[in-house]
Each structure stands twice: as C-alpha cells, then as structure tokens.
Design a binder for this molecule. Structure first.
Ligand code: ZN
Length: 134
C-alpha cells in the first residue's frame, strides 16, 4: 500500500533559471540542492506547506531528464509516493503486472531508497516509490 505523495518531480532545463522561478512562485527558497550521480541529475527541493517539489535537471545532454524534455518539454516528470517497505511494494507491484525500472531499490536524493515504475505500465505516469532511509 502506498502512503502520502512524497513529492512531485518537475523536469527543468536550467537549474539556475528554474530555482529563482520556483522561489518566486512558491514564495520560499529551496532547502536543499543535491547531485544524484546514479541518476545523472541535479535536484533542488522546495517545501510548500506539507508538500515537497523536486526540480530535476540533467547533468548532461544524454541523461533521461534531457531526453524527457526533448520529447515532452519542461514540466511534471513524476509523482513520488512514500512507502513503508520498498522491497515489499516492489514485489507487490511486480505480481500486479507493473514494470519496474530497476530490480533493486536505488539510493535517491533526500535520504531515500527509490524505485520507478515504467509509465507504460502505469497509465502514462512515471511513478516513484520512496522509502526513507532510517
Ligand atoms: Zn523524485
């Protein structure tokens, strides 16, 4: 079972332009910028009330975020859900016929174990599972 929406992921072309834009939009500055080399991205996190927004910017032109922007333009990239036990949820989703993008959870930004569900198997929406690393 999924928990709350942990964050929304938004693909941006240029972090130095996107951060001030979202700072003006949300009325508060990002609380963290973090490079996730395993995913080829720089991330920047904003809080909005109890919710979080993650900006994602590709480290190079061949990265998945760069390819996403090439195809679809900047905008909402994924919806991340909080889960208690990521291994159990990955097993459950596999049994339900969903396609996972990795066999094992990966270390994501913001102290999380993460796994993505292929949007082709989840109605066109890229879904991220997030488990807090305790
Ligand atoms: Zn995310």
């Amino acid at each position: 079972m999924f928990g709350k929406i942990e964050h929304l992921g938004i693909a941006v072309k240029n972090m130095d332009e996107a951060e001030p834009l979202y700072t003006r939009l949300l009325g508060s500055a990002p609380y963290k910028r973090e490079m996730v080399e395993s995913e080829g991205v720089i991330t920047s996190f904003f809080k909005s009330g109890e919710n979080k927004i993650e900006l994602l910017c590709s480290l190079d032109e061949s990265g998945t975020i760069a390819k996403f922007i090439e195809k679809k333009g900047e905008g909402i990239h994924h919806v991340a859900f909080d889960v208690e036990d990521i291994h159990a949820e990955m097993e459950r989703l596999k049994k339900e016929g969903f396609v996972l993008l990795s066999e094992q959870p990966k270390k994501g930004a913001d102290n999380k174990l993460i796994c993505f569900v292929h949007p082709k198997s989840s109605g066109g929406v890229l879904i991220e599972l997030c488990q807090e690393i305790r």
